[in-house]
Design a protein around this ligand. Structure first.
Ligand code: RB5
Length: 144
């Protein structure tokens, strides 16, 4: 599996931490920046991650900003992206199980590093329930 990672300055430190975590899990990384704590604009990075996933340069994506909110809004502008901001384990599990989220958004000023890594693991390890109503709803999202 290959995961694209993107962050603004507010999510930079968390992105760097998660890179190590993912590599330890044997997951290939596509790092789309940013590369420092210098101030940048999150829409650029959210969009880049969304494009990378939709164009098949990565299987999934993780985006980080201060809250996870701004960069998730940007990623969700790309058709085919289902980006979910998660702040706890239940959300991380459900965004995989019910929403088939292909990008996870996390807040570097909201979550601790280990907490964020545990949400990433849940999101990766929880299968989409598929079939029936969840598939129908995800298909409807994709058609919008
Ligand atoms: C940047 O200061 C901050 O606004 C950004 O990281 C994010 O939290 C926006 O949603």
């Amino acid at each position: 599996m290959k995961i694209a990672l993107a962050a603004d300055h507010g999510g930079y430190a968390l992105k760097e931490f998660l890179k190590g975590h993912l590599v330890q899990r044997g997951i290939e990384i596509l790092d789309l920046g940013t590369d420092s704590e210098a101030s940048v604009d999150y829409p650029v990075f959210g969009w880049a991650c969304g494009e990378a996933v939709v164009l098949g340069r990565a299987d999934r994506g993780i985006v980080c900003c201060g809250t996870g909110i701004g960069i998730s809004i940007a990623a969700n502008k790309v058709k085919g992206v289902r980006c979910a901001v998660c702040t706890n384990a239940f959300m991380a599990e459900m965004c995989a199980r019910h929403n088939d989220a292909n990008i996870l958004a996390l807040g570097g000023r909201v979550l601790g590093e280990e907490e964020a890594a545990s949400l990433v693991d849940l999101w990766i390890d929880t299968p989409f329930e598929g079939g029936g109503r969840h598939r129908r709803r995800v298909d409807a999202l994709n058609d919008m």
